[in-house]
Design a protein around this ligand. Sequence first.
Ligand SMILES: [Zn+2]
Length: 132
Amino acid sequence: MPKFSQRSLDRLATCHPDLAMLFDVVIQHHDCTILEGARSDERQAELFRQGKSKLDGVTKRSKHQPVGGLSYAVDVAPYPIDWKDRERFIHFAGIVLGHAEAVGIAIRWGGDWDGDGVFTESFFDAPHYELM
Ligand SMILES: [Zn+2]
């Protein structure tokens, strides 16, 4: 059974317990690695400048910027990582979303922001999951 590395566990520990609980379940079914949880304001500003992150329309913040010390977003990739394999990220997202529904956690995936099941997003953030 796949297990998180200590680095992944440390990153997941910066996230809301619902996200930690969800990916504790996901890792039992599909190997994956936690890329990032909580993000500093400085790093968020840099990623936004580079067009690699978007902000919530209302709060003008990323859900990676902690609220009450916790990140409400997490970036996760199927392991081993192949950034060019878009289908693999979509397949993995299906696993994550299925488990989220099963445990009753409402999340949004960065490959389908509007949740319509069509992956034509202009901003396709393949590893991004956030609490709704
Ligand atoms: Zn993200």
